[in-house]
Design a protein around this ligand. Sequence first.
Ligand code: SAH
Length: 364
Amino acid sequence: MMTTQEVRDVLQRRDFSPASLMALLGTRGEAMEALFQEAELFRHRISGRKVYLRGLVELSNRCAKDCYYCGVRRSNDTVARYSVRPEEVVNAALFARDHGFASMVLQSGERSDRHFVREVSLLLEEIHRHTGGELHITRSMGEQSRQTYKEWYDLGAHRYLLRIEASDPELYARLHPDDGLHRYEDRVESLLLLKDVGYQTGTGVMIGLPFQRLEHLAADLLFFRTMDIDMVGMGPYIEHEQTPLYVHRQLIPDKETRFLLSMKMVALLRLMMPDINIAATTAMQTIQEGGREFALKVGANVVMPNLTPTKYRENYLLYKDKPGIDQDAEDTTESLTRMIHAAGLEVALNEWGDSMHFRKRTNY
Ligand code: SAH
């Protein structure tokens, strides 16, 4: 077990070797506190107290994939499937703009049929028409062809999130069916395509999965760096009863461990990649009250207030106990803003909040 002094020394040397990362991820007590303190100081030095907001709309839970961990997987027939209507998405976009968010995220289950691709394209056009192109749009819609990524890019959506979920191919294979639709290589290829098309590219992993060890998490951090990624959204794995992975629930660490591991991942990533955007995710809040604030303190700089119309929220349960399903956009935004201020941080209004890393990477 690392001592406080050892933590400070390793961080001082910026030694992010796999062995050091594993040791840092394994810290507890005072040594872990030292890691959090270093990360907090670093966060303040790099991005001050700023937190960027991205209005999130969970567009549709219709999904062609069957990921073993996900509550909206294709085979879960207990879920009522929905698609948010275009005018409701436009309303959410206007809400985001009027509240100074400057940016929104459209997320959905994964489909790549022509009809879906076309619908998303039309939606992007609508949003731009109604907001005068003022909103930056991130998509989180899974693996698509180069042509589709390009089509959406040309319509002005320049950011994309695609979590690798687990950067270790073997672990990835244990989390997904072997049916030709869930290949690790395709996921990596998609990330490379996104970068090549010109997107600010985000990825991420789940933390505290069955079969996952500290060496996997250390490798995840190094994967983000090797892939030279611009944004990261990650969070604790939370079991869902109607999924195949639920049978392995006795293999997952307890909630507190999963939460603290997630915070150590954020802290380390901030120290390793000073200029990327890191999200404080809903899953962090689900597993521990105050989880998002904690993440923002130790390194995250983005939060995604949920703007999905309330009536759909109960059908976008990727995991159990997801909070805020009875709230509307106004409540969600108010409580988040209060939380950010209470944490001694400030909301960056009317700023796009591009990943600084992306700017440097592309000289833009
Ligand atoms: N279909 C899109 C969006 C997926 S939902 C895509 O493939 O990119 C967004 C994220 O929720 C997933 O990438 C996954 O990391 C996370 N997620 C899904 N099920 C989860 C669970 N049970 N616990 C925690 N996170 C989960």
